[in-house]
Design a protein around this ligand. Structure first.
Ligand code: GLC
Ligand code: CA
Length: 529
């Protein structure tokens, strides 16, 4: 294998700018705020940051409804602040990735304003206008078609009516969008996260989606005509060819309605570098958290992601309840540590979501505090995504060091005991554990480059696997139960020179191939033949 590039052996940290750090006391995080906090990420060992949208936006979908793709929303700062952030990040060896939303714009974008002004406008065809609607639904609820009385036609939106989908079949749209990509590449960004890229093309004939069984109305259709159209592939190739003109750049796609198989089909030498994993993301709070379920998910991903298709690992992001709160109802971090161990020792690029390194939990909000539109619409069945977007917990002050003014979303009350400052002082904290794992990942190529092999042990509550690269083997064993347990490893692993990297003594950890793992414990061993 060739020498790994930064996005293969590096760790990417997702910053949700609105909630990371507020430099000018308006209660909203901003780009200078991110710049001020870069040293925390360097201390942690991060290689790149991905910034969720900071472009001008009416905030119907909190930044994912963009009204100008090549500007900074004044609440987040200016283009100069952006340049400053990129410059400061690069000086520290951190890469910067942006969120590219190519499927839709805000209805306040000048493109759409022009498009909707009259039927003969030059930009009419930049969006999807039809006399009749078909049965395609919006992911945000209701029909995907909204009637515009002014011009007497329907326009299509995969999400909220305020987020009209652009018409990628129009060559001018294609050129304008690629121009956006060039704009940011020229400004020095190192990569992009592509928002729901596989929605960009819809069926040219607008055929109705066939029905199926499902819980939400949206799930009662097979989304074969409103997504994943083959015309996507040439676009991905064009995008990749453009990126390849800028050395060391990277594109990771967010697959709409993902399966490992589908996500893998978009990755390749001429396609995307990677796609984001949804293997461990779940909306349900009562989430399966046991070795059997996790191993099934891992093996399913392993099946479709070969060495040429580099996987990613994601435990949390801005759309799903935070992992630490999915698995544990208390402030106990043992499960968060196991989730962190998976994130940082599985094969693939780890994506850390801001606050994950200190085990931030999901915030509970009253109905009148909900900001996220789907949360407002579907309460109490679905409470929206605000709970996992609360201000970063830097310290135990009133506004958790995020701001000196009242933040746009409340600070989680547990910030008094759970924050960066305190965890930095406690060597047993999740923060130090995360930093240690990141260091191990860099030190032992088996963890970044190695093959993945599950190891069978009779205990149902124990998960064991080996990562192997050349002569180096790293063994990870986790005990998901509340009792300590002893694990006997089979003959293939009965090597006498295992050395503990975590959770054991410095002495060889096993005398008779018998490992003891404490309740909820994590053992990481290395052997170099
Ligand atoms: C992606 C984003 C999500 C947004 C949606 C529409 O799924 O992650 O936050 O609501 O796209 O842009
Ligand atoms: Ca601010």
């Amino acid at each position: 294998m060739e020498k790994p590039v930064w996005w293969q052996d590096g760790i990417i940290y997702q910053v949700y700018p609105r909630s990371f750090s507020d430099s000018n006391r308006d209660g909203i995080g901003d780009l200078p705020g991110v710049t001020e906090r870069l040293d925390h990420l360097v201390w942690l060992g991060i290689d790149a940051i991905w910034l969720s949208p900071f472009y001008p936006s009416p905030d119907v979908d909190f930044g994912y409804d963009i009204s100008d793709h090549t500007q900074v929303d004044e609440r987040f700062g200016t283009l100069q602040d952006f340049d400053q952030l990129v410059d400061q990040a690069h000086q520290r060896g951190l890469r910067v990735m942006l969120d590219l939303v190519l499927n839709h714009t805000s209805d306040q974008h000048t493109w759409f304003k022009e498009s909707r002004s009259n039927r003969i406008n030059a930009k009419r065809d930049w969006y999807i206008w039809r006399d009749d609607k078909n049965n395609w639904l919006s992911e945000a609820g209701g029909s995907g078609w909204t009637f515009d009385p002014h011009t007497g036609q329907y326009y299509y939106h995969s999400y909220m009516p305020e987020q009209p989908d652009v018409n990628w079949r129009n060559p001018e749209v294609r050129e304008a969008q690629l121009q956006v990509v060039r704009f940011w590449l020229e400004r020095g960004v190192d990569g992009f996260r592509l928002d729901v890229f596989n929605l960009c093309f819809k069926d040219a004939e607008f055929r109705d989606n066939p029905g199926k069984i499902g819980l939400r109305p949206f799930d009662r259709f097979k989304h074969i005509y409103d997504s994943d159209r083959p015309e996507m592939m040439p676009l991905l190739k064009e995008l990749r060819a453009l990126l390849d003109r800028y050395p060391d750049t990277y594109a990771v796609g967010e697959t709409f309605m993902p399966t490992s198989e589908k996500s893998a089909s978009f990755v390749g030498k001429e396609l995307l570098h990677a796609t984001l994993s949804f293997d461990f993301l779940q909306n349900r709070i009562n989430f399966p958290w046991n070795p059997k379920w996790l191993m099934e998910r891992i093996m399913n991903r392993e099946k479709f992601f070969s060495r040429e298709k580099w996987p990613t690992t994601v435990m949390s992001n801005h759309d799903f309840p935070r992992a630490a709160g999915r698995y544990s109802r208390t402030e106990d971090d043992s499960q968060a540590m196991q989730a962190m161990t998976l994130l940082l020792t599985l094969r693939g690029t780890p994506y850390l979501y801001y606050g994950e390194e200190i085990g931030m939990r999901n915030l509970r909000l009253r109905r009148d505090q909900i900001m996220d539109p789907p949360g407002k619409r579907y309460w109490p069945i679905y409470k929206g995504r605000d709970g996992y977007r609360s201000p970063m917990q830097w310290d135990d002050t009133t506004y958790s060091g995020f701001s000196e003014s009242k933040p746009w979303l409340p600070v989680h009350p547990d910030h008094v005991g759970r924050n960066v400052r305190e965890q930095k002082e406690n060597p047993d904290s999740l923060l130090h554990f995360t930093r240690k794992l990141i260091r191990l990942r860099k030190e032992y190529p088996a963890i970044t480059l190695g093959d993945f092999k599950p190891i069978y042990v009779p205990q149902r509550q124990v998960m064991t696997y080996v990562r192997k690269h050349e002569e180096q083997k790293v063994l990870v064993a986790m005990n998901f139960s509340r009792q300590k347990t002893r694990v006997l490893l089979g003959p293939e692993l009965s090597i006498k020179n295992w050395r503990a990297l975590h959770g054991g003594t410095e002495e060889p950890a096993n005398k008779q191939d018998l490992f003891e793992i404490p309740a909820n414990g994590i053992l990481i061993l290395v052997a170099e033949d």
